[in-house]
Design a protein around this ligand. Structure first.
Ligand SMILES: C[S@@+](CC[C@H](N)C(=O)[O-])C[C@H]1O[C@@H](n2cnc3c(N)ncnc32)[C@H](O)[C@@H]1O
Length: 396
């Protein structure tokens, strides 16, 4: 679609187009950024809600359509449920736009009939159920053995997370060593945005690094590099993505920091020196960020996870080559899927006898044999957190 077509198109058609792109693999943010600023907030909130309710809507629609109803029609109806129950868009406008849009697929009569009968029973429909995408639930259950923690995580898919900002300098009104405070309307001048669980990852391991000179190999948009720098680390930051590096540089300039940022591909570059400390915040499915990006919960693709795993293992191996004897490598992913977490470390430990695992002291993490998971339940007073996995490796 051209910019003009996007501006003139209906909400239903914009949502349908966005969902088609997200289901093919694009990220929610990337898709929304194609739209004019004025449309972004509406699309963002309704897309988040569409994916949060994907399983509930699927079950609800079973009473109104048959197994043969094509995917595109289900999608249109599910978008309508989102708009009818979540947005302030008037019912007549939702029905009108949906019927007009479904003419493309010659399904306007069906869509009209289903929406009319849904609206007749709307008041009686119970929207409190919390059905989860099957693979999402199965993988939460594999990792978290406590019933309370699991229930807390299931529930958190259905709620908007609380946003925090991290201050570069210590501040007596903030929590967590004077660095974490609520992000209300505006970002404070010396602050950057980071999930509280993400903050805990660095907070918990900063003292395990023996040298304050650190290589951050997947550094953009810079959350962890900036946090490390605030703890006195001298960071060599690299990343292969020019768009992410641009965001990183904007952050660094806003905070008035002096940080070395270079665009390069870690896997294909050569490095003139070795390091005693390396941070590898590896690319992954981002499954642990499901509260902000609920689409990830319904898009678990084991083939893609295995291909991520190959890259993650290759990145650890390259990091180990660059590490001095006795040096520390911290592997982090914002995922809880076993393929991207415990299996990755298992593969490394089986192949590299000169590598050992270090303990992390944190009451906000759950210890497993191959590393630690951030425990969102430990942040319940603060509104929960994203889920991260981390392992700290030492080269003997
Ligand atoms: C999880 S994000 C890093 C987030 C960052 N550490 C932070 O705290 O803001 C993963 C990053 O890895 C980068 N990346 C992926 N493959 C890479 C490679 N081969 N070399 C360098 N960076 C890579 C991506 O561009 C992305 O920015």
């Amino acid at each position: 679609m051209t910019g003009l077509e996007i501006s003139n198109s209906s909400d239903i058609s914009n949502l349908f187009e966005s969902i088609s792109q997200i289901d093919k693999g694009s990220g929610l943010d990337t898709v929304i950024n194609q739209y004019p600023q004025i449309k972004r907030n509406f699309l963002f909130l309704n897309l988040q809600e569409y994916y949060r309710q994907i399983e509930n809507n699927h079950l609800l629609l079973q009473d109104f359509i048959s197994k043969e109803t094509p995917d595109h029609t289900r999608k249109i109806l599910s978008i309508c449920l989102t708009l009818l129950f979540f947005s302030k868009k008037p019912e007549f406008a939702v029905v009108h736009e949906a019927v007009e849009f479904s003419k493309i697929f010659k399904k306007d009569k069906l869509v009209n009939a289903v929406l009319r009968s849904l609206l007749r029973t709307k008041k009686k429909i119970d929207r409190s159920s919390q059905n989860l995408p099957k693979l999402f639930k199965a993988n939460i259950d594999k990792v978290f053995s406590s019933k309370n923690i699991r229930a807390y995580i299931y529930n958190s898919l259905f709620h908007k997370p609380i946003n925090y900002q991290i201050s570069y300098n210590e501040n007596k009104n903030s929590i967590y060593g004077g660095k974490v405070s609520l992000l209300e309307k505006d970002l404070h001048q010396d602050c950057f945005v980071q999930d509280i669980g993400n903050f805990e990852c660095i907070y918990a391991i900063k003292d395990l690094f023996q040298s304050k000179n650190i290589l951050d190999v997947c550094a953009a948009p810079g959350g962890k590099s900036i946090l490390l720098s605030s703890y006195g680390f001298i960071v060599d930051a690299i990343d292969k993505s020019s768009s992410q590096i641009k965001k990183f540089k904007d952050n660094v300039n806003r905070l008035n920091l002096d940080l070395e940022i270079v665009q390069r591909d870690f896997l294909t570059s050569t490095f003139p020196k070795k390091y005693e400390s390396i941070l590898l915040d590896a690319p992954c499915s981002a499954l642990g960020t499901f509260r902000r990006n609920p689409d990830v919960a319904s898009k678990i693709d084991e083939k893609k996870l295995l291909s991520n795993q190959k890259i993650q293992v290759a990145m650890i191996e390259k990091s180990l080559k660059l590490l001095d004897k006795g040096g520390i490598l911290s592997y982090i992913v914002c995922s809880f899927h076993p393929f991207e977490t415990m299996s990755v470390i298992d593969k490394i430990l089986q192949k590299h006898q000169d590598v050992s695992l270090l303990n992390i002291q944190s009451d906000k993490m759950i210890k497993k044999e191959k590393g630690y998971f951030i425990n969102p339940y430990a942040f319940k007073e603060l509104g929960g957190s994203d889920i991260f996995f981390m392992s700290v490796l030492q080269k003997k």
